[in-house]
Write a protein that binds this ligand. Structure first.
Ligand SMILES: Nc1ncnc2c1ncn2[C@@H]1O[C@H](COP(=O)(O)OP(=O)(O)OP(=O)(O)O)[C@@H](O)[C@H]1O
Ligand SMILES: [Mg+2]
Length: 260
């Protein structure tokens, strides 16, 4: 059986990495593990957010492999060797393994490295209960299908109309791309108290159904400012609890959590 895949997307800076990290922590806490965590953002920071360090990336592995082209090694094809090395770049965390995409090599595009990653994800997915992907701000991974088929896509927005407009674009794009998504949830992040009426009106105009509101959390800001991992966010943090409720609630509703 292949792993359940959850991806987090949205406009730049809306909290994708923070929510991805808190999703991973919540799932591991609920003993829904092991997880494969994919940092698909070239500006890698999911590893530090989760308190570990990813030293290698798919992009870097690919670049080294292209420089070594011609030197044969143990009869493997170039693609096999790449896949082997990408597997070696996995970093182990508490209840999860992390793989980082990194930057594409040179001026080229991600396509080839993405295809290799896709193969690796397909092969590895049987070993994991779930895959959690922190997407980059663009919609590349959805349009290029790097992420493969998704079971749940969280489209995050900050409490701004621009954030909501980006969320709308993601939903529109999903109709055009080949990525199949089981369920999409639009989630507002960084809400103080109740979301403003004007924001909810904008959501209505854009025909967006808001599935959940995540609170602004000053402890998170403080940890981030100090460069501390989000694993240090106390269990009673309202944000940590809200993310846990959102993702474990979805897993339970779909009969995935609890069916150990
Ligand atoms: N609910 C929240 N409460 C307080 N601060 C938050 C919250 N969510 C995110 N932040 C802060 O907002 C900033 C951006 O968050 P994050 O890096 O997770 O966003 P991102 O969407 O991954 O950004 P990028 O597009 O650059 O990858 C960080 O400093 C983070 O601590
Ligand atoms: Mg990020």
């Amino acid at each position: 059986m292949s792993a359940t895949t959850i991806a987090i997307t949205g406009k730049g800076g809306v909290g994708k990495t923070a929510v991805t990290a808190l999703t991973v922590l919540a799932l591991v806490e609920h003993d829904w593990r092991p997880l494969l965590v994919v940092d698909a953002d070239p500006n890698l920071n999911l590893d530090a957010t989760l308190g570990i360090s990813a030293e290698d990336t798919v992009g870097a592995v690919r670049e080294r492999a292209s420089q070594q082209r011609g030197s044969t090694e143990s009869g493997m094809t170039t693609a096999e060797l790449l896949e082997y090395r990408i597997r070696q770049s996995l970093v182990e965390g508490e209840g999860f393994d992390l793989i980082a995409m990194g930057r594409p090599e040179g001026p080229g595009c991600y396509c080839y490295a993405n295809e290799i990653l896709r193969n690796v994800l397909d092969q590895l997915s049987g070993a994991y209960k779930g895959i959690v992907i922190d997407c980059e701000a663009g919609l590349e991974h959805l349009s290029r299908r790097t992420a493969g088929d998704l079971d749940l896509l969280l489209v995050l927005s900050d409490p701004t109309v621009r954030g909501l407009q980006t969320a709308r674009r993601v939903l529109d794009l999903l109709r055009e791309v080949r990525t199949s998504v089981g369920e999409v949830k639009v989630v507002l992040n960084r809400i103080r108290g109740e979301p403003a009426a004007s924001l909810m009106e904008a959501a209505e105009r854009l025909e967006l159904q808001i599935a959940a509101c995540l609170p602004e959390d000053e402890q998170l800001t403080a940890l981030d400012a100090a460069g501390r991992p989000l694993t240090e966010l106390p269990a009673e943090s309202p944000l940590r609890q809200a993310v846990a409720k959102l993702v474990t609630g979805w897993l339970s509703q779909n009969g995935i959590l609890g069916s150990k």
